[in-house]
Design a protein around this ligand. Structure first.
Ligand SMILES: Cc1ncc(COP(=O)(O)O)c(C=O)c1O
Length: 493
């Protein structure tokens, strides 16, 4: 390949550069083992652009050239001081972010509805956890945003916390007042980490709520792959301001990221950033129109409803916005459970949803969904709505049948020890017991609903009657509960 001038290279995305290189006569006497050949194995279509850190292609772990330029394009788009490509998903960004702002054995304040990766960071760094519990939006059985006042009082109660971690948007698309939370957290001299894994599209167009980077969070993690056109595992970590030691952050990124980061994934991220720069305004405008049409069409339904902030009235809850990439399809007023609706949509209409809960199904919509995708979903839901009855609300506590939605009270398990102490003793002496007989025991493992990967119970917490009932309820509904064995046992210490 002819040596390109620096300006020429600057104008090219990482993807363009890989294409040019793949068309050159350079022969690879280096990794990866497929040698960029497209005639070795069924997956060989992917090999053409898959290289390693060869001359001219920079190094993610010490980015100084083409990868650095690509990362700068990302930080420019989101308004960050610095952005880092993540090839192991938001998971590795969350692990690195928490390690960068805590010392071993510290205490941190986290929203209880954080993703399991936050808890895994707490395990690795032997952190003690203090929680902010989001309130419930009862109309839809989903979590409200994090209340800034709750952050304020938790920080007053636990001044020893070295950082605050929250998730916004939630998995269901509920957005917190990050500007106010950042102001409160900074007022106490601490950094704010926002897991914005589900909000990589925020702030990218005028009619989309602002992102956490521009609202003052210090570390923000974005899964590009969740809501933007980018490949699975691609994510970004953004850093702003002076609360975060950048050298330490980089060190932890080196630890948690592969030493062989995929150029295909990195080029995909750069291509996604370029695409968004050019098309965000147009694509999100279109998406808004599709969304509004969809909501209008769904007004025909008697029992199936799409959760909207407008339906909740003003001032009752503390969210600042809802994300239109998430459709919470509520069956709270219908005779079927979320899991049943999910199954019907999949089996009869070939529409694969993101997740089922007791009283709703979650669909993820993005700018890649064209009119027909919105129409297919609306048509299917209207048709299903015509065949079902309303919920029997006379007995909504005891009988968890298809015609009842049991209101799941948010449970606050009692911690007996830290995650790290619990897992250490569990691994020394692993024990299991049938869930029904676990009352009074201390959990030796995580019990997560997956998706969304938010723990119901973490190692070191007590298994009391309420938590056991809640797990049994999730199992009865056919939800995917991780941490309960196929024979119904739970790990204990
Ligand atoms: C809120 C939240 N944070 C972080 C993650 C981890 O993201 P990734 O799959 O990109 O590692 C997820 C994954 O579902 C998530 O829901």
């Amino acid at each position: 390949m002819e040596k390109q001038s620096e300006t020429e290279q600057k104008l090219q995305t990482l993807y363009d550069t890989l294409v040019t290189y793949s068309e050159s006569d350079f022969y690879p006497y280096h990794m990866p083992g497929h040698k960029r050949r497209q005639d070795v194995g069924a997956a060989s279509d992917f090999f053409r652009l898959d290289i390693t850190e060869i001359d001219g292609f920079d190094n993610l772990h010490q980015a100084e050239g083409i990868i650095r330029q690509a990362q700068e394009r990302a930080s420019g788009l989101y308004g960050a001081d610095e952005s880092f490509f993540l090839v192991n998903g938001s998971t590795c960004g969350i692990l690195a972010a928490i390690h960068a702002v805590t010392d071993r054995g510290d205490t941190i304040l986290i929203a209880r509805n954080c993703h399991k990766s936050v808890y895994h960071a707490a395990f690795l760094q032997e952190l003690n956890l203090e929680y902010i519990y989001p309130e419930q939006i009862e109309e839809y059985d989903i979590n409200d945003a994090i209340n800034p006042e709750a952050v304020q009082s938790a920080l007053e109660e636990h001044p020893e916390c070295s950082a605050v971690v929250i998730t916004s948007p939630t998995y269901e698309g509920v957005i917190s007042d990050i500007a106010e939370i950042a102001r409160i957290v900074h007022g106490k001299g601490k950094p704010l980490i926002v897991d914005e894994a589900h909000g990589a599209h925020l702030g990218l167009a005028e009619n989309i709520p602002e992102n956490a980077v521009r609202q003052g969070a210090d570390l923000v993690i974005h899964s590009l792959h969740k809501t933007l056109p980018s490949m699975t595992q691609t994510a970004l970590l953004h850093v702003n301001g002076n609360y975060v030691n950048r050298a330490r952050l980089r060190q932890y990124l080196r630890i948690f990221q592969s030493s062989s980061p995929s150029y295909v994934l990195m080029a995909g991220m750069d291509a996604c950033i370029s695409y968004i720069k050019e098309n965000a305004a147009h694509d999100f405008n279109k998406m808004h129109l599709h969304y509004q049409n969809f909501i209008r069409q769904m007004e025909m339904c008697r029992y199936i409803h799409i959760a909207t902030p407008e339906s909740l009235g003003n001032g009752k809850y503390c969210f600042t916005a809802w994300d239109i990439c998430k459709l919470v399809i509520s069956v709270k007023k219908a005779s079927i459970s979320g899991q049943t609706l999910y199954n019907i949509l999949r089996d009869e209409f070939h529409l694969q949803m993101e997740m089922a809960a007791d009283s709703y199904v979650l669909a993820i919509m993005t700018i890649a969904d064209k009119e027909d995708a919105w129409k297919r979903l609306a048509d299917a839901l209207i048709q299903i709505d015509g065949t079902i009855d309303g919920a029997d609300t006379t007995d909504n506590i005891i009988n968890i049948s298809q015609t009842h939605h049991k209101h799941i009270e948010p449970i606050r398990p009692i911690a007996r020890m830290s995650i790290a102490s619990a897992l250490t003793s569990f691994y020394k002496n692993p024990k299991e017991t049938p869930l029904a007989q676990a009352q009074g025991k201390v959990s030796g493992g995580f019990v997560n609903l997956y998706p969304p990967g938010i723990p119901i119970l973490i190692p070191g917490e007590m298994l009391d009657g309420d938590i056991i009932k809640q797990i049994e309820h999730c199992l009865e509904l056919g939800l995917n509960v991780q941490g309960i064995s196929p024979t119904g046992t739970v790990e204990i210490i």
